[in-house]
Each structure stands twice: as structure tokens, then as C-alpha cells.
Design a protein around this ligand. Structure first.
Ligand code: SF4
Length: 679
């Protein structure tokens, strides 16, 4: 059996494993024992998720829609049609009438080419990807406070942390291997764990303290902790004086959040909040981990700023086993951001507003570039609905399940004059396209992913592409050449060399140097060994900036008509919109259909039995799904995953946006819960 070392294509942990190949097919998976993250472990998705690679439902030929039906086409015919229609749209309506979605599932090289195609070929900054829907507020919040939008520390530092604070993260299900490291730190090294979460997530079993806040009240408890830390003189005075600015402004704001006020807003008992504040502030090393429970709010950027404020106040950033650590959801969401698949920055987060930067890229790419910021994911769909966006090109994303308020997403996409989707399956979004291009899986191509701890790692081709499917980088390059802008790359390695030339933080990265476990950026030159933790000695922005924020309630709160809060998220066995994991037999068999978590007391009042079909209704839509009665959710809260098209959670969610990060409020919307009438 041939064994090919590669990087997992699911979550941002970035585990490595060997794909076992026999007869041209992936038939087995073996974890890599020497890998710094996985250390010989894998979660069930790593073990079994690969079964979709050889699915008979894979796209194997380009498809063109005629009279409402798809027919197979040659690559040349598909490219010609796309090139003609995009050029025609540009001539008729202008460059900014076209929008492009890149993908956190694709490689760095593919994301780099997609944003280059948008900027240098289509000449628009309307390019974005699903980071907008998970960590846009992290990018905004950490850039403003620390000056770098990434996890500050490394996964292997977890075992030496004295205190670990996990909030808004169901780590055991969304980042299982990081959860395993946290459990090991608690059980074998005596770390004390604080979990702050409205749900009784599995990690609460290992917690010294579990604080159960009301959904959407994070700024209040974070300000409350800082209030106590300042009042009890537990803050890091020298660190704050030497390394930060804005402390007096912070102090003024957090003064307004004494524990009794915080208890009224959040429901967290005063003594528990004080205990958590003391535990965190007095630890020598303490790491904070968070995910979408923090970011997916209209106050997402404020929440992230508050976390950074707390960590700086206690001197916990810029040290080993410390820091502010957003866990990135998808395999390459960090990398897709790093290489510029965002509407307001060029690769390496270099500003579109800086004329020197723009000139550098114009010289490198040989074309004039647009300089005004483009539209974000949700804004693109809204603009399509309003008739301002006329054509979209979507690579590897499925907004028909992933975006909020799906009825409006469908209206927007149906109103487009031209839609191209490039994917491995005929997803819900691809079904609406005029042209569908067959891409390949991670096992059929070379490239790199960047995991949540900024580790750039190789993926290696193990099997040949199915049918006529091609890697996304090759499709973009060929289409670009068809449109008159030559992209002559013959291998992704050449694309990485170009990324390194224009992106300072990737400056020292090349494929040869990535052979043994990857490199963590910043890695500015060929002799640099990569960076284990950020902000050592000095913050990326110079001084760390306290950005005090006031508590604001969620955009939609329960009322008489919609008395429950709906929160959405993941389950262990599935990933994103389920387009991959639901086609992996082993996973689909374990978790075959969606379930909504309902508290047993609420269920009793509503006459709902375990497993019964119930109806959830919000101001935007309704769906039916079976109920799972569990005390994991408190009374008044229901929790639904977003993996199943049959019960699409986002038909209900609120598209209200965080004003800075432009991330939708997936974590709180008001719903009605009803027993479904028996037939
Ligand atoms: Fe893959 Fe994440 Fe599971 Fe590791 S933890 S095997 S990266 S899904």
C-alpha cells in the first residue's frame, strides 16, 4: 500500500495523517505520530471523513444549464461561456457588478489565485469567503487591539498553561484534538479550566469553574471580570505601563460593571465571576480560547476586543502558554484570510488604502488594481437581491446553506444574470448555477493549508482526479488565460513562491522548507524558523491598545410571539454544510439526521416528547426537525446544527450584522417552538 502524508481537510487543528492508497483509491488513514498537533491522534472525521473522495455523486465533467437542465460540456466550451458572460457583464454593468466567493476549504494557492483573479482580471475587490461568517470579528477585534489577526500562541503550549479559559467554543466537537490537549493539561498537568458557555458543552466536565451566561452577554461578564481584577489590584501594572495604551479609558468603562450589575445582565452569580477573575489574573500562564460563540454576534468585534483587553490587563499576551487564541473553524480559513481572499485587504493583510502597497501589487501582477473596499459575503447576496450584483463566481462555498436568512439568499442568487459554481458535488448552490465546474478533493492535489496556530502545511496528491475534474488553482489559471490575463503556473509550488514574494509574513516559506511539519508565520525570510507565539516583547502594532466597550444586547431578543432563543453550531460527526461529511458513510450512519436540543422542562410545558417532530419558526422562516431533550441547553434556549439541508438552521437565523466585522448574528435569534400536529 502506498502511504502519502498529508493534512486533514476538515477543521483548523490541522492534524496530519497518511492516506493509504491501493488500486488508485484511498482505502485507509494512519495518523502521524510525530506531528506537533495530532501526536498520533485523530478525531472521527479524520479517521472516516475521507470516504467521500470516491463518491459516485462527485462532479466529473463541466455542466452547462440549458432550458433548466444541466448537460455535460467540454472544459473549453465551459471556459468560453464563462469568459464571454463575465466580459459582457463587466462591459454592460461595470466591474463591481461581479462578485466572487473564495473558499476556506481550498488551498492557500487557490485562494491567492482567486483574489488575484478578482482584482487583476475582473478588477473588483468584491471577493470574500466564509471567514466572514465565523471569524471576521476576530480579524477586526485583534487587529485593532494587538495588531495581528491570528491565534497568538501554539497548540503544544496548552500542556504548560496553569489556567485555560474556554468561552463560546464547543471544543470537544468542533476542534477535537485541541480539546484532547486541554483535557490532558487538566488531568495530567493540573491546569485549571474555566468554561464560560450557555450550553453544558462536554468540556464543562473537566472545568474547575463553569459560568453559564445568557446568550449574547459576553461583553458584560468580561467587563465584570476586569472590574474585579482592577478593584482587587490583581492587574499587571508594569506590563500595562510598559506595553499598552488606553488603560485609563478601559478603567472608566469597566467601573460600570460591578458583579451585581453583571449578574443581572448575564445570570452569572457574583461569587463565581469573582472566582474566575481571581483564577485567571493570578495564574502565571493562562490561555484564552474562543470560537463562534464569541464571534457570531452583532457585538462580535466588541466581544473579541474585550477578550484582548482582559488578556492585556493581566499581562498574558506575548508569553509562552498564554495569549488570545481564536480557534479557526475550517481547515484553511486562516490561510484564505492570510492570502487576501477578503474585500478590504491584499495578501498579508496589506491595506488597500496604502498607495505603496497597491503599487507593489500592480507591479507584481502587471495590471491596475481597484482600491475601494469590496462587498462582504452577506452584502454581496443583498446586492444581488437589489439587482446591483449581476454575476457571481463561487468556488467551494455553499451559501444556500451557510448564509443567514436563506429565503433571501435564494432570492438573491436566483436574481443573478449569471452564476458559476466550482465544487466537488452538485451542492444546493451549484443547482442554481448556469455553469458548474468539477473541482477535486484535497487527496487529488498538492498545495498548502494554514491551520489555526498559523502553521503552513503541505497537502500532497495521493490519487488521480476523478473523471475530468481539475484542481481549483488550475481552473482559475486556465479561465484567467482564456480571459486574456495569462497565469502560467504549472504547479502550486510556483504560486507559493509568488505568495512569498508579495506577503511579508510568508516571505520565508517555500515547499522544501515545509517538508517537516510546516512553518508558523510570521516567517519573513529563508533562514527564519517561524514564530511559535506572537507579540513577544512588543505587540505587532507597537503598544497593545485597550479598546473599552459597553455591553449591548443582541439585535433580536425573545418576546411573547417568539419566546425562545435559537443558537446554532456544529456536531462532532459533520462539517460545515454537510456536503462532504454526509457523503462519508461512516459519519452519515452515526449521525444520519438533524436534531434540535430542547430543555426537558420546556419540552414538558410544550408537550414535546424526545424524538418528536417539532416546528421552529422565526421572523424569517420555519422548519421541522426532531427534538432531542437534553439539559445541555438551559430553559429558553434551543440549539440546532447547520449541517442538514432538510432542516436548514439558516432559514431561521438573523442576518443582522456586526457593524465592523460584518458577521451575522448566528448565535442569537428569537424563535417559536411548537409541537408538530400529528398526521
Ligand atoms: Fe481533522 Fe480536525 Fe479531526 Fe484533526 S481534529 S482529524 S484536523 S477534523
Amino acid at each position: 500500500m502506498k502511504k502519502v502524508l498529508t493534512t486533514c481537510e476538515f477543521c483548523g487543528c490541522g492534524c496530519n495523517f497518511y492516506l493509504g492508497v491501493e488500486g488508485g483509491k484511498v482505502v485507509a488513514v494512519y495518523p502521524s505520530v510525530s506531528h506537533p498537533v495530532s501526536r498520533g491522534m485523530l478525531c472521527i472525521k479524520g479517521w472516516q471523513g475521507h470516504e467521500y473522495i470516491h463518491s459516485p455523486k462527485r462532479l466529473v465533467m463541466p455542466l452547462i444549464k440549458e432550458r433548466g437542465e444541466f448537460r455535460e460540456a467540454s472544459w473549453d466550451e465551459a471556459y468560453q461561456l464563462i469568459a464571454d458572460r463575465l466580459k459582457q457583464t463587466r462591459t454592460q454593468y461595470g466591474n463591481d457588478s461581479i462578485a466572487l466567493l473564495s473558499s476556506a476549504k481550498c488551498t492557500n494557492e487557490e485562494n491567492y489565485l482567486m483574489q488575484k483573479f478578482a482584482r487583476a482580471v475582473i478588477r473588483t475587490n468584491n471577493v470574500d469567503h466564509c471567514a466572514r461568517l465565523c471569524h471576521a470579528s476576530t480579524v477586526a477585534g485583534l487587529s485593532a487591539t494587538l495588531g495581528a489577526a491570528a491565534m497568538t500562541n501554539s497548540i503544544d503550549e496548552i500542556e504548560n498553561a496553569e489556567v485555560i479559559l474556554v468561552t463560546g467554543s464547543n471544543t470537544s466537537e468542533a476542534h477535537p484534538i485541541i480539546a484532547a490537549q486541554i483535557r490532558r493539561a487538566v488531568r495530567q498537568k493540573g491546569a485549571r479550566l474555566i468554561v464560560v458557555d450557555p450550553r453544558e458543552v462536554p468540556m464543562t466536565k473537566y472545568a474547575t469553574l463553569w459560568l453559564r451566561q445568557k446568550p449574547g452577554t459576553d461583553v458584560a461578564w468580561l467587563n465584570g471580570m476586569m472590574h474585579i481584577i482592577i478593584r482587587e489590584n490583581l492587574w499587571a501594572k508594569d506590563y500595562v505601563a510598559q506595553r499598552t495604551e488606553g488603560f485609563e479609558e478601559l478603567k472608566k468603562v469597566v467601573e460600570k460593571y460591578p458583579p451585581q450589575v453583571v449578574e443581572e445582565i448575564t445570570g452569572i452569580p457574583q461569587d463565581r465571576l469573582a472566582e474566575a477573575a481571581r483564577l485567571y489574573a493570578t495564574a502565571r500562564t493562562a490561555m484564552i480560547f474562543f470560537t463562534m460563540g464569541i464571534t457570531q454576534h452583532t457585538t462580535g468585534t466588541d466581544n473579541v476586543k474585550s477578550i484582548a483587553n482582559l488578556a492585556m490587563l493581566c499581562g498574558k499576551v506575548g508569553i509562552e502558554s498564554g495569549g488570545v487564541n481564536p480557534l479557526r473553524g475550517q481547515n484553511n480559513v486562516q490561510g484564505a484570510c492570510d492570502v487576501g481572499a477578503l474585500p478590504n485587504v491584499l495578501p498579508g493583510y496589506q491595506s488597500l488604502a496604502d498607495s505603496k502597497v497597491v503599487k507593489k501589487f500592480e507591479k507584481a501582477w502587471g495590471n491596475k488594481l481597484p482600491t475601494s473596499s469590496g462587498l462582504t459575503v452577506v452584502e454581496m447576496i443583498k446586492a444581488a437581491e437589489e439587482g446591483k450584483i449581476k454575476a457571481m463566481y463561487i468556488m467551494g462555498e455553499n451559501p444556500m446553506l451557510s448564509d443567514p436568512d436563506l429565503n433571501h439568499v435564494a432570492q438573491g442568487l436566483k436574481k443573478l444574470e449569471f452564476l458559476v459554481v466550482q465544487d466537488i458535488f452538485l451542492t444546493e448552490t451549484a443547482q442554481l448555477a448556469q455553469v458548474v465546474l468539477p473541482a477535486v478533493t484535497f487527496a487529488e492535489k498538492d498545495g498548502t493549508f494554514t491551520n489555526t496556530e498559523r502553521r503552513v502545511q503541505l497537502i500532497r496528491k495521493a490519487v488521480e482526479p476523478l473523471g475530468e475534474a481539475k484542481p481549483d488553482w488550475q481552473i482559475i489559471a486556465e479561465l484567467s488565460s482564456k480571459m486574456g490575463y495569462h497565469m502560467g503556473y504549472d504547479h502550486p509550488e510556483k504560486i507559493m513562491d509568488e505568495i512569498a514574494q508579495v506577503t511579508p509574513s510568508y516571505g520565508g516559506i517555500d515547499y522544501e522548507r515545509l517538508e517537516n511539519g510546516g512553518l508558523q508565520w510570521p516567517c519573513p525570510n529563508k533562514t527564519h524558523l517561524g514564530t511559535k507565539y506572537l507579540h513577544k516583547g512588543q505587540f505587532a502594532r507597537g503598544l497593545g491598545l485597550f479598546q473599552p466597550v459597553e455591553y449591548l444586547p443582541p439585535a433580536e431578543v425573545p418576546d411573547e410571539e417568539y419566546p425562545f432563543i435559537l443558537s446554532t453550531g456544529r456536531v462532532l460527526y459533520h462539517f460545515h454544510t454537510g456536503s462532504i461529511t454526509r457523503r462519508a458513510q461512516g459519519l452519515a450512519e452515526i449521525y444520519p439526521e438533524s436534531q434540535v436540543e430542547v430543555n426537558p422542562w420546556d419540552a414538558k410545558k410544550l408537550g414535546i416528547d424526545d424524538g418528536a417532530m417539532i416546528k421552529l419558526t422565526s421572523r424569517r422562516g420555519q422548519l421541522k426537525v426532531s427534538a432531542k431533550l437534553t439539559e445541555r441547553v438551559p430553559q429558553g434556549l434551543v440549539f440546532l446544527n447547520f449541517h442538514f439541508a432538510e432542516a436548514p438552521a439558516n432559514i431561521l437565523t438573523n442576518p443582522a450584522l456586526d457593524p465592523i466585522g460584518k458577521i451575522p448574528e448566528y448565535k442569537v435569534c428569537a424563535v417559536k417552538v411548537e409541537r408538530e400536529a400529528e398526521q
